[in-house]
Design a protein around this ligand. Structure first.
Ligand code: GLC
Length: 715
């Protein structure tokens, strides 16, 4: 008999329920802490999993209690939210998505896994795969933006990176596809609010990244806090048992979100913990994170015949099997047994710096204001985010040492040792204090160039951080306007660096600034990464993975919208538009300037007719007509103008990159399997429909900037 079956045979009910329970140590509180002494429970075998514990010494102490002190010596599974790095932070996921580079996404996950495993951890609650098209919602920062195809690519890359090729290896973590699903569609962008979307949107938009994660072998899945069309995800039998376990053959562990099982009572589908535990177990949730509903509710549910011991055993089997796959039975001290070499940590910082620079999206660059490559005696680096290392980590900083992050001031000082760097914050990030503005204006008078660093605090995005107003917080607008006006009067240019976990709605800033860099939250090496781009050592190549609204009133705004029967027409009153703002976003998906100037031409598509099994080849010539070398990203969209259902105005199907020196021309070649043009027909089943499909190639999701060719699909 296998180890797992032997254990199940020998375990008491309390020990079984212990394996289905995960409680938090006090290291990093990521939700309402529910008291309870985990050490006693570990010793008597009634607690099998922990979260929020960091440090091999602490982890080993807990593991020893389990594997040397408890009756059945079952090792603990210990996890943490390693969302974008462990101690070394990489850019937040929304920023990383801007690289459009799956290899980089895998690399940072691999680095994070190695660093976290060296701290004794075996699981991360990542990647977060929620499609986000509503910047009012704070958690978009944790994901990859608005597009499901991009999300699927990110899912594949992150699972590969976190789990490696061998889940039992000492530097592999069990990944967790979360939050299953459609959490990003919360009503009005309000955190934890209800979700009510069409079945089509669910299958076309929100599920594909999870399907990709499962196909990539993700070890665990976490249902979202939210309900979906009146069924809370933590009890959603149709999606957890039906879609996840049966249709997609997911046999890994489903771990609830923090206290989510008990919150079924608040949702109004459970009268008490017994009900809540019953609903969750029957839906297929294996581990109860932090609500203690399983330990307190399932014994009674069992007595009342609401659940069976077989159902409990099935969950325990999956948890023990995961621990076996992780190698925890073989060697519970494998992770954390060896400290990392300083060279490995130094190299990781270099990766963070390089990925950080590539995550920066240059939104505007009037008259080649950037790079700052002209002679300069004195540079003013002002604003509340200029010398704010603790903010650079962004949301979900895990085990970061926030003071270790490189600030903009520090990065610029290191990059420009011969330049005098003047700094003042001017105003607080959210405070009402405006006393520093006059000092800031003085520094602008003294300086040759001005770098203005504004934006959100790290905690203004992430969980429980929805915003109804998407401007600059606090008194930053007044401050920025004063700086811009003063600089204009002095005939000086202003480079604005915007820090945020979402697109900000600040059209006035983009209009008045000479250059704007979206720096999101770039992690440990933020200041160096920004300095690399500002000084021209690195040409910006980031492209925004999310649409930047012109007005909050346009939200939700995204490129994959469906057509209207009355498409916008300024000459015709009765068409799809607003009375008080244009339909177009401020910056479309994929927008991002470089230090080159790229021109696309000569789009060719072969063959011009293809069957479902065929491959379409798309080639486009790219020239750099600029004065500096740079890397261009070319996107491939499709548009199906006539089909059995209405089809999105644009669908992302691929991208390519090319680096070109000034004056050079190259060709980007993309392959598109015709099968990728299948879509969900009237019955929500995949269909391949004969007819013309447009292939659109260009720098962003703005049709006016795309080259178009058609291909005919034949049955
Ligand atoms: C939080 C988040 C989830 C996280 C979990 C553990 O509330 O919703 O993303 O993984 O709790 O920290």
């Amino acid at each position: 008999m296998s180890r797992v079956e032997t254990l199940i045979r020998d375990m008491t009910l309390a020990e079984k329920l212990g394996q289905l329970t995960m409680t938090a140590s006090s290291y990093a509180v990521t939700g309402p802490v529910i008291a309870g002494d985990s050490t006693e429970s570990i010793k008597d075998g009634t607690l099998g999993n922990l979260l929020n514990m960091v440090g091999a010494d602490h982890v080993f102490e807990m593991q020893r209690l389990a594997v040397e002190g408890s009756r059945l010596r079952i090792p603990l599974l210990i996890g943490l939210d390693i969302i974008h790095g462990h101690r070394t932070l990489f850019p937040v996921p929304l920023a990383e998505a801007a690289l459009f580079d799956p290899q980089a996404w895998t690399l940072t996950a691999r680095e994070a896994a190695t660093e976290a495993a060296a701290d004794g951890l075996a699981m991360t609650f990542a990647p977060m795969l929620d499609v986000s098209r509503d910047p009012r919602w704070g958690r978009g920062v944790e994901g990859f933006g608005e597009d499901p195809w991009l999300g699927a690519r990110m899912a594949e890359a992150k699972v590969r990176g976190f789990q490696g090729s061998d889940l039992s290896a000492g530097n592999s973590l069990a990944a967790c596809a979360k939050h299953f699903c459609a959490y990003g569609a919360v009503t009005a962008g309000r955190e934890y609010a209800a979700v009510d979307i069409s079945e089509r949107a669910l299958h076309e938009v929100h599920l594909p990244p999870f399907a990709a994660a499962i196909a990539s072998g993700v070890a665990t899945v976490m249902p979202s806090f939210t309900d979906l069309a009146a069924v809370p995800m933590t009890a959603h039998v149709a999606l957890l048992r039906g879609w996840l376990r049966e249709e997609h053959a997911f046999d890994g562990v489903i771990v609830s979100d923090y206290n989510a099982i008990a919150e079924l009572i608040n949702h109004g589908i459970a009268a008490d913990l017994v009900d809540a535990a019953t609903l969750a177990l029957k839906a297929g949730v294996d581990i109860d994170m932090m609500s203690d509903a399983y330990r307190r509710g399932l014994p009674k549910a069992l007595e009342r015949g609401l659940v069976t011991m077989a159902q409990i055993d099935t969950a325990v089997r999956r948890v023990l099997t995961l621990k076996e796959k992780l190698g925890l039975f073989e060697d519970p001290y494998r992770r954390g047994g060896t400290a990392e070499a300083p060279a490995a940590i130094a190299n990781r910082r270099q990766v963070a710096r390089s990925v950080g620079a590539r995550a920066i999206v240059m939104l505007k660059n009037e008259k080649d204001t950037l790079p700052l490559a002209r002679p300069m005696r004195c540079l003013a680096v002002i604003g509340p985010l200029a010398d704010a290392p603790a903010e650079m980590g962004g949301a979900w900083g895990a085990a970061q040492n926030a003071e270790d992050h490189v600030s903009v001031v520090a990065g610029v000082r290191a990059a420009l040792p011969q330049v005098e760097i003047l700094h003042t914050a001017g105003v607080g990030i959210q405070s009402g204090d405006q006393h520093g503005i006059s000092k800031a204006l003085e520094l602008c008078t003294q300086a040759d160039e001005i770098l203005l660093c504004v934006g959100e605090a790290a905690n203004m995005s992430g969980e429980a951080a929805s915003r109804a107003h998407l401007g600059l917080p606090g008194e930053q607008r007044g401050f920025a306007e004063a700086v811009l006006e003063h600089a204009k009067a002095l005939g000086k240019r202003v480079i604005v660096v915007v820090f945020s976990g979402r697109p900000l709605v600040v059209p006035w800033l983009f209009e008045k600034a000479d250059a704007v860099l979206a720096a999101w939250f770039l992690g440990s090496e933020a200041g160096n990464a920004i300095a690399d781009v500002v000084t021209g050592r690195v040409s910006p190549s980031g492209r925004t993975p999310i649409t930047w609204p012109r007005d909050t009133g346009q939200i939700p705004i995204f490129f994959g919208q469906r057509p209207s029967g009355r498409p916008a027409n300024p000459q015709d009153h009765f068409t799809s538009k607003y009375l008080d703002t244009p339909n177009e976003p401020l910056f479309p998906f994929g927008h991002g300037l470089t230090y080159g100037r790229f021109v696309l031409s000569n789009l060719r598509v072969t063959p011009d007719c293809v069957t479902e099994s065929g491959i379409i080849e798309i080639c486009v010539d790219v020239s750099n007509a600029g004065a500096r070398g740079a890397q261009e990203t070319v996107f491939l969209f499709t548009r199906d103008p006539v089909a059995s259902v209405t089809r999105p105005l644009l669908e992302l199907k691929g991208f390519g990159k090319i680096a070109l020196e000034p004056g050079a021309t190259g060709t980007v070649t993309l392959q598109l399997p015709a099968a990728e043009l299948r879509f969900l027909g009237l019955e929500l089943k995949r269909v391949f429909e004969p007819g013309e499909v447009e292939l659109l190639v260009g720098p962003c999701a703005d049709r006016s900037q795309l080259l178009v060719k058609s291909v005919r699909l034949s049955g």
